[in-house]
Design a protein around this ligand. Structure first.
Ligand SMILES: [Cu+2]
Length: 420
C-alpha cells in the first residue's frame, strides 16, 4: 500500500464501501478520568496572559492562524529576547538569530496541559548574557479566564467485524444513545475526536482501523438546517479535525440535552476487534459570560444519509441553501468533511458573492494515515462571516476520483452566534 499521495486502489475500495447497512442500538458508555492535554491546536481562547516564573521567562500564546497550529512567543528578559514559535502537537522550539544567522537564543517547551507550559532555555549567546542570565528551566502558567476544563470520554467499545465479512461492509452504521456528556451546565469551547484500540493506543490505517464517520446529535433540539431530524452538534471523519470555538464563545450544554451518536467504524484486519471513539472536550463550567453559539450543518445530501455519487475525474457538487431566521448571525467556527479523493470543501455566500470558508484536503504527511485523507482546513474567527436571513449560501464539494465513487460526502458544519 502506498504511503504518500493518494490512497492505493485496494484501500480506497475498502474505504468507500457503502455505510448504511444496519442500525443497532448499544447501550452504555464509559468515561475515563480527565487527562492532561496540550491546548487544542488553533484555540484562540487559550490566553492572553502569561506569568513570570523562573528567570523571567514568559510564554505568551496568542492563538493560531490556522486550525492545525498554535502560535505564540517566548520572552526572556535577559537580553530582551522575544522569539516566536508555532506548535502543531503541543511541543515547540523558539529561536532567535542575530546578524549573520548566528543563533542567539533557543528555548524548547511542551504544553503539559491547557494552562501549563514547561521548558528549557537551551542557548543564550555570550553577548546577551547578564549576571543571573543563562540557560534555565522554566515553567509558565497560562491564565485562562474563564478557566477551561478538559475531559476525555470513551464511547463504546464497538465490536467491529473485519470488512471482509458481513457482506464486505463490516457492519455499517451503529447508533449509541444516552451518551455521557462532559458536563451538564457548561459551554464547550473545543472538541478533539479520536479512535482507539482496546489497549488505548491510537487506531488508524496503520492498525487496520478507520473512523469512517461519527455524528453526535442532541435529541432535545431540532436541527437548524433539516427540521425533521435531531440537532447535529458535531461530527468527525477519519481526519479527526479538532473543533475549536474561539475565545468569548461557547456551545451550551444542559442537563436536559440528550446526546446520541451514529457511527461507522471499519476494521480492515483479519479478526473482529473492539474499537472506541474517544472524545476530549474542552469546556467552561457554569455561567461564564460566553456568547452562546448554535450548531449548523451544511451537507450536499443534507436531509439524507450525507452520501452522494461523484463521477470519475474532477467534479464539484453543489448545494444551495436559503438562510432561515434562526441562522441569522455570525459564524465563529466552521470546518469540513470529505472522503478520500476529496480536494476541497467550500461555502460561499452567493447573495454577496463572498467566500465564507474554504478548506483544502491534506494527504501524505502523517504515516499512520498511509496516504489517506488526514486533514481538512477550516476557519475560526470573531467572526468568520455573518449571515442574514434570506441570503443564499452554496456548498461546493470537489473531488478528483479515478472512478465513480458512490458514497462520498461533502459537509461543512460549524457554530454561529445568532443575532437574536
Ligand atoms: Cu463521511
Amino acid at each position: 500500500m502506498q504511503r504518500t499521495g493518494r490512497p492505493a486502489r485496494a484501500a480506497q475500495t475498502l474505504a468507500t464501501l457503502a455505510c448504511l447497512i444496519s442500525v443497532g442500538l448499544i447501550s452504555g458508555a464509559t468515561a475515563s478520568a480527565a487527562t492532561p492535554s496540550p491546548p487544542l491546536p488553533g484555540g484562540r481562547y487559550v490566553g492572553e496572559t502569561e506569568k513570570r516564573i523562573d528567570r523571567s521567562v514568559k510564554v505568551k500564546v496568542r492563538g493560531a492562524g490556522s486550525r492545525s497550529t498554535l502560535s505564540g512567543h517566548v520572552r526572556y528578559r535577559c537580553g530582551g529576547i522575544k522569539a516566536p514559535f508555532q506548535s502543531a502537537d503541543g511541543t515547540f522550539v523558539a529561536k532567535q538569530r542575530g546578524k549573520g544567522g548566528k543563533l542567539l537564543f533557543k528555548a524548547t517547551g511542551t504544553f503539559e496541559k491547557m494552562s501549563l507550559v514547561v521548558g528549557e532555555v537551551k542557548r543564550l549567546a555570550q553577548s546577551r548574557r547578564r549576571p543571573g542570565c543563562g540557560a534555565a528551566a522554566f515553567t509558565a502558567a497560562l491564565k485562562n479566564s474563564p478557566p477551561i476544563e478538559t475531559r476525555t470520554i470513551s464511547y463504546g467499545p464497538f465490536h467491529t467485524e473485519p470488512t471482509s465479512g458481513h457482506g464486505g461492509h463490516g457492519g455499517g452504521n451503529v447508533a449509541l444513545g444516552e451518551l455521557e456528556k462532559p458536563c451538564t451546565d457548561c459551554s464547550l469551547v473545543g472538541i478533539l475526536p479520536d479512535l482507539r484500540e482496546a489497549d488505548g493506543s491510537r487506531a488508524n490505517f496503520d492498525t487496520g482501523a478507520m473512523l469512517h464517520h461519527v455524528v453526535f446529535s442532541n435529541r432535545s433540539e431540532t436541527d437548524a438546517t433539516c427540521a425533521n431530524r435531531n440537532q447535529r452538534i458535531f461530527g468527525s471523519g477519519n481526519e479527526r479535525s479538532p473543533i475549536v470555538i474561539p475565545r468569548g464563545f461557547g456551545l451550551p450544554v444542559s442537563a436536559a440535552d440528550d446526546w446520541r451518536l451514529i457511527t461507522h467504524l471499519m476494521n480492515m484486519g483479519e479478526h473482529a476487534k473492539p474499537l472506541s471513539i474517544e472524545v476530549t472536550y474542552f469546556y467552561v463550567e457554569g455561567e461564564a459570560g460566553l456568547t452562546d453559539v448554535e450548531p449548523f450543518w451544511f451537507d450536499i445530501n443534507n436531509c439524507g444519509n450525507s452520501e452522494y455519487m461523484t463521477p470519475a475525474g474532477r467534479h464539484t457538487e453543489t448545494w444551495d441553501y436559503a438562510i432561515p431566521p434562526r441562522l441569522d448571525g455570525q459564524i465563529v467556527a466552521i470546518g469540513g468533511h470529505l472522503h478520500d479523493y476529496g480536494e476541497q470543501i467550500k461555502v460561499v455566500n452567493t447573495t454577496r458573492d463572498e467566500t465564507i470558508c474554504g478548506g483544502m484536503a491534506g494527504y501524505g504527511t502523517d504515516a499512520s494515515y498511509m496516504g489517506h485523507i488526514e486533514s481538512i482546513g477550516g476557519c475560526i474567527g470573531r467572526p468568520v462571516a455573518s449571515l442574514r436571513a434570506g441570503e443564499t449560501v452554496r456548498l461546493l464539494s470537489r473531488y478528483d476520483a479515478p472512478e465513480p465513487l458512490h458514497d462520498v460526502m461533502g459537509i461543512m458544519f460549524g457554530y454561529l452566534a445568532p443575532s437574536s
